[in-house]
Design a protein around this ligand. Structure first.
Ligand code: ASP
Length: 304
């Protein structure tokens, strides 16, 4: 059996002690485990990396304890707007969507763009219309807006100077038994972001990149910074042209132009040999991985 592996993240962020309650932490650990297993099972049965990353990300989108799909942050106007991207490293096909509402699983919409559209990137209403034509599941705003995000939004707008706050994302990278790599990334963006703001997650080469000749990478953290550094492609370029091991490539991408590109940054990566990387400069990155038949690993804090 050829090597296969999956790595996922549920967002890198700097948190103050006590900000993450033990209950939420437990839900997130459970959610990471479930999502990773959903993707792993597909790989284990000989399925594709593309299906595995889509399944892992869909699972976290369905879980209100992650900022993607149900449980997404609200923008400054109190609305959900979601972004997602997916890329197949075997043929460089990709699909991306941004500022999407109503679509239950934005990553499935990105996949539908990859599979069934001559375009790569759809946004806003056009993306939602495409979802309708594709017969994807839609849901009303109540489905996405969970109590926690509404509460955080109310606190935010009551401040005199409403500054965007929490951010998170979910993502997955995988290598399948056929030697193919894939990536998927999905987010509700930054809490309190201006309507229409788009971060790195849907942008190919920034939030997501996969190519069979080197690696796959999914990013999380301050979207503006990751966009300006084109960090997912930076990881790819460091592996492909500089021959760096995937862990070192992710570390180098995180510290790229560190004066000008300051902020939370987290990157998960996997190379064509199945080596994995989970690198971040914050104190938290929700993360999990499983390599072949080895035991799964789930972690949240830096020092575990
Ligand atoms: N990168 C995401 C964004 O900027 C947020 C995050 O990963 O925490 O939308």
């Amino acid at each position: 059996m050829n090597k296969y592996a999956i790595v996922i993240h549920g967002g890198a962020v700097t948190m103050k002690p006590g900000q993450l309650t033990p209950e939420v932490e437990a839900h997130q650990r459970e959610g990471l485990h479930q999502a990773m297993q959903a993707g792993w099972a597909i790989l284990h049965q000989g399925g594709t990396a593309l299906d595995a990353v889509e399944a892992a990300v869909s699972s976290m989108e369905d879980n209100e304890h992650f900022n993607a799909g149900r449980g997404s942050s609200l923008n400054l106007q109190g609305e959900v707007q979601m972004d997602a991207s997916i890329m197949d490293g075997s043929n460089l096909k990709a699909g991306a969507v941004n500022s999407v509402t109503y679509v239950k699983n934005p990553i499935q919409l990105a996949r539908a763009v990859l599979d069934n559209s001559k375009h790569v990137y759809l946004s806003g209403e056009g993306a939602v219309e495409f979802a309708l034509r594709q017969g994807l599941d839609l849901a009303s705003p109540d489905y996405f807006e969970v109590e926690k995000s509404r509460k955080e939004w109310l606190e935010l707008v009551q401040q005199e100077q409403a500054e965007p706050q929490q951010h998170d994302t979910v993502g997955a990278v995988a290598l399948d038994q056929h030697g193919n790599l894939a990536v998927a990334t999905s987010t509700g963006g930054i809490e309190g972001q201006v309507k229409g703001r788009v971060g790195d997650s849907p942008a190919l080469g920034c939030g997501s990149y996969a190519s069979n000749d080197a690696c796959a990478a999914s990013c999380t953290g301050d979207g503006e910074v990751i966009l300006r550094g084109a960090l997912a492609h930076e990881v790819y370029a460091l592996v492909k042209y500089k021959g760096l091991p995937i862990v070192e490539a992710c570390r180098a991408a995180i510290s790229l132009h560190d004066e000008d590109l300051q902020g939370d940054k987290g990157i998960i990566g996997i190379d064509k040999e199945g080596n994995v990387a989970l690198e971040f400069n914050s104190n938290v990155m929700r993360r999990a991985y499983r390599i072949g038949e080895e035991e799964p690993v789930v972690a949240i804090w830096r020092d575990e």
